[in-house]
Design a protein around this ligand. Structure first.
Ligand code: A2P
Length: 393
């Protein structure tokens, strides 16, 4: 039997194909095709640089193998293979202690992931997978954007009935579209952020809501946006153990999003509104959309009192008006943001278009510079304390 070794792999079921790992890898060990992101085991040197930036944790997967998975193997996967049985080698030899230790780390993940807020509740993850999916019934499907808008975003409510599907604000679920693709392979599981609080869209029921944008050629988004009341859907997950809401009522939460990146922030806002409406911590939302008609939850958001949620909407395509992005509004609210940044109770969450990441970082850098703070030092400290979270795609 070949000596077992540890192989770095990416979970295709959870990966959102954001390219962050490929951009980060200093030795070009990560590559992709139309199907998957994969790791070349002949190049990966276990530097772990890719682990922290991954927004989903899909990068943090390891298997102890004797022959290793080739790039072609990995490119063809719809899900990660299970850890192969190594307890006795092909020649009947018992596995040694060193390999057993490696096996243990293979199950827990080897890299330091980004960190959950200190006061977040403990999430349940990976309770259901493609082989053992939870079946939900659709109990609602409403269009969230104005009827005149070209941006077709839906609020979908999925009910699990008697089946336990525990979630926390900030987690995602996977949706399995029925049927197969042009090559006869099952469709890839797609991840969607949960838009409802932990106790359900309807309180104390086993249901949850999603915010889904119809993509012109998107198999899963079209499947989900076309669902009717009573339809059954196969669901995997829940996923995500770090982009979670602090439970501390004194925590200040700055939320920055575009489009359907608003889903987790609806969940955060609803949880605060329902469970601690008089919380001392401030919630501040910077939300970017093309026009008011294209902004999901535009109507409901107007009804959330400013005392609970400070709202700042950035519109980029209102005829006759200057293009405004979320980062412009953050600069406009410089004093408020700078004061919040000084507090160790402040958390920042960024969710939505990948392009926004750099602009938001630059805005925070400028705000810090003019308030005698150092953003890059502060950002690193906040990240390691579970107070800075980015989930972009
Ligand atoms: P834009 O009109 O320039 O595309 P979408 O509707 O495509 O999901 O985008 C949501 C919002 O995010 C739009 O207003 C879009 O503006 C804006 N946006 C696009 N790129 C960036 C960026 N780099 N930083 C911040 N916002 C952006």
């Amino acid at each position: 039997m070949n000596a077992p070794f540890k192989q770095h792999l990416i979970d295709p079921e959870i990966c959102i194909r954001c390219n962050t790992c490929e951009e980060t890898c200093p030795v070009d060990a990560i590559t992709h095709d139309n199907n998957n992101y994969v790791v070349d085991s002949t190049k990966c040197n276990f530097c772990m640089d890719c682990i922290q930036p991954c927004p989903t944790g899909s990068i943090d997967n390891w298997r102890i193998v004797t022959s290793g998975y080739s790039l072609d193997d990995q490119l063809s996967w719809n899900e990660l293979p299970k850890q192969e049985e190594l307890a006795a080698g092909n020649d009947g030899e018992a596995i040694d202690a060193e390999v057993l230790a490696l096996l243990e780390t293979a199950h827990t993940g080897a890299g330091g992931k980004s960190v959950a807020p200190a006061t977040a509740a403990k999430p349940a993850v990976n309770l259901y997978n493609r082989d053992k999916a939870a079946v939900a019934t659709v109990t609602g499907n409403y269009r969230l954007t104005h009827e005149e808008s070209d941006v077709d975003v839906h609020h979908i409510i999925l009910d699990f009935g008697d089946v336990a599907f525990p979630v926390l604000e900030g987690q995602s679920i996977g949706i399995v579209s029925p049927g197969v693709d042009a090559e006869g392979k099952p469709h890839r599981v797609r991840l969607y952020s949960i838009a409802s609080p932990r106790h359900g869209e309807k309180p104390n029921t086993s249901n949850l809501a999603l915010t889904v944008k119809r993509e012109p050629k998107g198999v899963c988004s079209n499947f989900v946006c076309d669902l009717k009341k009573g339809d059954k859907v196969e669901v995997t997950g829940p996923f995500g153990a770090t982009f979670l809401m602090p439970n501390d009522p004194a925590a200040n939460i700055i939320m920055i999003c575009t489009g359907t990146g608003s889903a987790p922030f609806r969940a955060f806002t609803e949880w605060r509104r329902r469970s601690m409406p008089n919380a001392a911590g401030r919630m501040l939302l910077f939300f970017g959309a093309r026009r008011p008609q294209d902004l999901p939850y535009f109507g409901p958001l107007q009804k959330v009192p400013d005392s609970l949620l400070g709202k700042h909407f950035a519109y980029s395509r209102v005829p006759g008006e200057k293009k405004v992005y979320v980062q412009d509004l953050m600069r406009r609210e410089e004093t408020t943001v700078a004061n919040l940044l000084r507090s160790p109770a402040t958390h920042i969450y960024v969710c939505g278009l990948k392009g926004m990441e750099q602009g938001v970082d630059a805005a925070l850098d400028d705000i810090c510079r003019s308030s005698e703070q150092r953003w890059h030092e502060l950002r690193d400290a906040m990240r390691s304390e579970g107070r800075y979270h980015v989930e972009t795609y």
